[in-house]
Design a protein around this ligand. Structure first.
Ligand SMILES: [Fe+2]
Length: 306
C-alpha cells in the first residue's frame, strides 16, 4: 500500500512487492527504488546462503540479523551473527558463506538490483535439481543431502570461503548433466551396453557445459567440481581418469558424499543399507577416495543420517 500524500510505501507483515519461497529459503522484496533493494530473507536451520563478488559489480551490500543465528565462516575463523548484528561491504570482494545455525531472519540490502536475477537463478537451479532427482529414480532431497553433507565435510577440512561457495553449487548440481542423458539409458532397468555406458560417463562433462552456458560467475567456477565428481583418487574414475592431487578437493568431497548417499538411500529397485555398513563399504574402497575426505567423513560419523 502506498500513501499518496507522503509517498511512503507501507507493507503489513506478510505483504511484499514480490516473494519467492523455496525449500529452506524464503525471499520477500520489501522495497525497491533508484536501483536499491531491500529484501527480507528467512533461512531454515542448516541452510546455506552466500555473497559472491562479480566483475563490474560496485554495489553496497549489507545484511541485518532480525532473529536467530547465522554462522559466517571467515578466513579460518568462525563468527556467529545474532539479532542486531550487521555486516556490509562496498563491494563484496570475496565469497562469504553463511550457515543458519537456527531458523534465521535477516534483511539484505543492495544498492544495485539483484532480486529478479537472484530469484530466477535460484528457481532455475531448483528446477534442474528436481528434474535430475526424478529422472534418476532418486527420492526427493538427494541434491540437498549431497550439498549439506559436502558442506559439513568442507567445513571440517577448513576449506576457504571461496571453495565453500563453489562447493555449495557444485555439490547441489553435481548430476545436472544427466539432463542430457536420454531417458532410455538413465531409466534402463538392466545392464547398460558399452555404447550406452559411454554416453552415461559423459554426464560430468555435460554438467560442466550446462553450468558454463548460464554465464553466471559462481556456476562457471562450480563447473570443474561437477566435471570431476566421478574421478577417483586411484585413477579408476571418469571422464578423464584423473588421480591424486589432479582432482580438486571440492570434487573429492562430492565423490565421497555421493557414494555414501547412494549406499544409504532407498532407490526404486533396492533399499539403502544402514549407516554403519555404508561406512564399512567406504572404508573397504578407501583407495578410490582422497584420504583427508574419508577422514572427515568418519570424524562426522555421529552427525550422518542413515
Ligand atoms: Fe554423477
Amino acid at each position: 500500500m502506498r500513501d499518496s500524500d507522503s509517498g511512503i510505501a507501507w507493507l503489513r507483515s506478510g505483504e511484499a512487492l514480490e516473494q519467492v519461497a523455496l525449500k529452506g529459503l524464503e525471499l520477500r522484496l520489501l522495497a525497491s527504488g533508484d536501483g536499491t533493494e531491500l529484501i527480507y530473507h528467512k533461512l531454515a536451520q542448516g541452510s546455506h546462503w552466500g555473497l559472491s563478488p562479480a566483475a563490474g559489480w560496485t554495489a553496497l551490500e549489507g545484511l541485518f540479523i532480525v532473529s536467530g543465528s547465522l554462522r559466517w565462516a571467515h578466513g579460518g575463523e568462525k563468527r556467529v551473527l545474532t539479532a542486531g548484528d550487521f555486516l556490509s561491504a562496498t563491494p563484496v570482494l570475496k565469497e562469504a558463506v553463511f550457515v543458519a545455525e537456527t531458523d534465521v531472519e535477516f534483511l539484505y540490502c543492495s544498492s544495485q538490483p539483484v532480486f529478479h536475477h537472484y530469484s530466477n537463478q535460484i528457481r532455475g537451479l531448483m528446477g534442474l535439481a528436481v528434474d535430475i532427482e526424478q529422472k534418476d529414480g532418486y527420492t526427493s532431497d538427494h541434491c540437498h543431502r549431497i550439498m549439506k553433507l559436502s558442506m559439513m565435510l568442507g567445513e571440517t577440512m577448513g576449506l576457504s570461503s571461496t571453495d565453500l561457495a563453489y562447493l555449495n553449487f557444485g555439490a547441489f548440481l553435481h548430476d545436472v548433466g544427466k539432463i542430457k542423458v536420454p531417458d532410455s539409458i538413465l531409466g534402463k532397468p538392466g545392464k547398460l551396453t558399452d555404447e550406452e555406458w559411454s554416453v552415461m560417463r559423459r554426464h560430468p562433462t555435460f554438467g560442466r557445459e550446462i553450468l558454463q552456458e548460464t554465464g553466471l560467475p559462481s556456476l562457471l567456477s562450480a563447473g570443474p567440481i561437477v566435471e570431476q565428481h566421478h574421478e577417483r583418487f586411484d585413477g579408476s574414475g571418469y571422464p578423464h581418469g584423473l588421480s591424486g592431487a589432479d582432482i580438486s578437493i571440492p570434487s573429492a568431497i562430492v565423490a565421497v558424499v555421493d557414494s555414501y548417499d547412494a549406499l544409504t538411500t532407498n532407490r526404486v529397485y533396492r533399499p539403502g543399507i544402514p549407516k554403519a555398513e555404508a561406512l564399512d563399504e567406504i572404508d573397504r574402497s578407501r583407495r578410490q577416495y582422497h584420504p583427508d575426505v574419508v577422514e572427515a567423513l568418519f570424524l562426522n560419523a555421529d552427525r550422518l543420517d542413515g
